[in-house]
Design a protein around this ligand. Structure first.
Ligand code: SF4
Ligand code: SF4
Length: 130
């Protein structure tokens, strides 16, 4: 991770098709922990568009203010953060048949190094960062 979708989301479906790695689930997807409420970014899949675009394509496509915000990098350093979030229901991390739960300690993901930890911790709006 990652970016995160908040409860400001209006389920307009502008973002999912823009994601180069299919990390966004719609509000009607049963794998979405917020099914029936809002869209959801899978942190174990999102690469913050590194290698694909200069800024997150989902946020560029989103018509709202504050629906797509920064979250912590999906790296070993933040493994406990994502495990706790999964247990709390903020995330629904995928379980791999042989590797088990795909937490950051098992597989870390790319992230935009230029985005500071303050912006991530405060879940700052992605659209205002560039
Ligand atoms: S930041 Fe990029 S990779 Fe991550 S969910 Fe948005 S479009 Fe997909
Ligand atoms: S583009 Fe924004 S408002 Fe529309 S579904 Fe995605 S996050 Fe929600």
């Amino acid at each position: 991770m990652s970016v995160m979708i908040t409860d400001a989301c209006i389920n307009c479906d502008a973002c999912a098709s823009e994601c180069p790695v299919s990390a966004i689930l719609s509000d009607s997807d049963e794998k979405n922990p917020f099914e029936g409420e809002r869209f959801y970014v899978k942190p174990e899949t999102c690469v913050e568009c590194v290698g694909h675009a200069d800024s997150p394509r989902c946020a560029d496509a989103c018509p709202t203010e504050g629906s797509i915000v920064w979250d912590m990098p999906y790296t070993d350093e933040f493994n406990d953060y994502y495990v706790a979030g999964h247990e709390k229901g903020t995330y629904k991390i995928r379980e791999h048949k042989t590797k088990g739960m795909m937490f950051p300690a098992v597989k870390s993901m790319e992230f935009m190094a230029e985005i500071g930890m303050d912006a991530r911790k405060s879940h700052a709006n992605v659209a205002g960062s560039f």
